[in-house]
Design a protein around this ligand. Structure first.
Ligand SMILES: NC(=O)c1ccc[n+]([C@@H]2O[C@H](COP(=O)([O-])OP(=O)(O)OC[C@H]3O[C@@H](n4cnc5c(N)ncnc54)[C@H](OP(=O)(O)O)[C@@H]3O)[C@@H](O)[C@H]2O)c1
Length: 447
């Protein structure tokens, strides 16, 4: 039986035609862009073009789901992270495609989803064709093809606690996105316990005071009830959404104050600077304020992140952009605002969703995978800095909802206890092997 026809899809018609011609010469039956409808197999090459990474990533998702709806059963994503799953000519920013492909594989188990990594930025069209053919011939889900080297199958380095060797650490000045709340705050406290230091914590929440006269609680439902009762006692009738917002603000304010106190108690200094990490001007202002107070930034931790779980078939651009911008525009804003030559430590909060894909998290997996790629570029560019991208498995806390916890329990993946995760973070960032840039924390997820 002849192999089913393949469509090559890219934003550049000449590229598509050239690659199609190369595949034809090698005996593949290809169809041009005009005949994409109903093709059995498609090669998606959008990520090789260093244009707008958000628009390109969204376009890949939309194209993939349209192809699926039209009956296509095999998708081959091409990416350029050097052919070795590190970074390509764009510095890794377009390098998240693997996260999308891995999620597609879980959401659409009836399809074949493949990924070929090639150093396209340094190749002629003919070399690209040859590398794609070599990748296809490997017949595996994911492979990197780089020159005459053996094809590379990506793997993951699992983080274990580094040994007890302790180097003296200067107490640094840290800028930490997301550091006042959630699991990043645990990690910052663990750092403060080990090194002291000065911490500027960035987050969107305001420092709301605790509602006067109400008892302290961590329980959102309980606080809503108390706020509603207090409002009634004052003759007010706020809407449930207003009560909910007031309760969440109060809890956020308390969490932030608790983090600041814990850092001080651990021997550090801390300040909270409210700002949206995806807003470069606000980030630049916050960094200036932090430096005026604490001196030049020497450590950068990007822990801010949001999720908007929805299957790829139902994802909206709004969901996608929110998740993507917090991670990617946030990191860009931080790197532009600080003097990177002074950085001694960089930690990025990525996710095991990037390594394994996760249903509902195509955007999140893609953005976190791009963080992993950019981490390698930072390591190459900044030899004086320790760079770590932590691919966290699910924690027992933070953004992990009860539904997430049940999902991981069903998969047999244990949650990371907060104290152990934070300790591992500080240990690796300060003392881990500098060449281990990308770390998987927690158990591998079964296919
Ligand atoms: N928990 C896990 O199991 C897990 C697993 C893998 C990876 N991670 C990663 O670890 C990091 C922390 O996660 P978490 O579980 O602690 O989540 P979380 O409880 O939802 O906390 C997220 C943090 O990010 C901040 N943030 C979100 N959007 C922001 C924005 N636009 N600008 C500034 N700050 C922003 C939040 O503060 P405000 O709300 O005040 O802005 C908060 O401090 C995230 O990057 C996440 O992707 C977590």
């Amino acid at each position: 039986m002849p192999a089913p026809p393949v469509a090559v899809i890219s934003p550049d018609d000449i590229f598509s035609e050239t690659l199609s011609a190369r595949l034809e010469r090698a005996g593949c039956d290809t169809q041009g862009p005009a005949a994409i409808e109903g093709c059995a197999s498609a090669i998606l090459a959008g990520a090789l073009f260093e244009t707008d990474p958000l628009a390109t990533s969204w376009d890949l998702l939309e194209t993939a789901r349209n192809l699926r709806a039209g009956g296509t059963r095999e998708l081959v994503f091409l990416q350029d992270t050097g052919g070795c799953f590190r970074f390509g000519g764009d510095g890794g920013w377009c390098g998240g495609v693997a996260g999308l492909a891995r999620t597609a594989r879980r959401e659409w188990p009836d399809m074949v989803i493949r990924l070929i990594d090639i150093p396209a930025h340094a190749m002629t069209p003919d070399e690209i064709g040859k590398a794609v053919l070599a990748g296809l011939a490997c017949g595996v889900e994911e492979v990197g093809i780089c020159g005459e080297s053996d094809p590379l199958i990506p793997g993951h380095v699992r983080a274990s606690m580094p040994g007890k060797a302790r180097l003296a650490q200067e107490p640094g000045t840290w800028i930490v996105s997301g550091g006042a709340r959630g699991v990043t705050s645990d990690c910052v406290m663990a750092l403060a316990r080990r090194t002291g230091g000065r911490f500027a914590l960035l987050g969107r929440s305001g420092l709301a005071p605790w509602p006067e006269g109400l008892p302290q609680t961590d329980d959102l439902g309980e606080l809503r009830k108390k706020l509603a009762q207090a409002a009634l006692a004052h003759g007010e009738k706020p809407r449930p959404a207003e009560i909910d917002a007031a309760a969440r603000h109060a809890l956020a304010g308390r969490e932030i104050r608790d983090t600041l106190s814990a850092i001080e108690a651990a021997g550090g200094e801390a300040a909270y600077l409210p700002c949206d990490i995806a807003d470069p001007e606000a980030v630049a202002r916050a960094v200036r304020e932090a430096e005026a107070r604490f001196g030049s930034v020497t450590g950068l931790i990007h822990g801010a992140g949001v999720i908007a779980d929805r299957r790829m078939s139902d994802k909206t651009f709004g969901d996608f952009a929110k998740v993507y911008r917090t991670k990617i525009d946030g990191l860009r804003a931080l790197l532009s605002a600080v003097d990177t030559s002074k950085l001694t430590h960089i930690a990025l909060f990525s996710s095991a969703a990037a390594a394994f894909g996760n249903p509902g998290q195509g955007d999140y997996a893609l953005a976190n995978e791009a963080l992993n790629r950019v981490a390698h570029k930072l390591r190459a560019d900044l030899p004086g800095a320790r760079v770590k991208s932590f691919n966290w498995g699910p924690w027992d806390g933070g953004m992990v909802s009860e539904a997430h916890a049940r999902h991981f329990e069903a998969l047999g993946v244990a949650l990371i206890p907060r104290p152990a995760g934070a300790d591992l973070f500080a240990g690796h960032l300060l003392f881990g092997d500098p060449d281990e840039v990308e770390l998987l924390v927690g158990e591998p997820w079964p296919a």
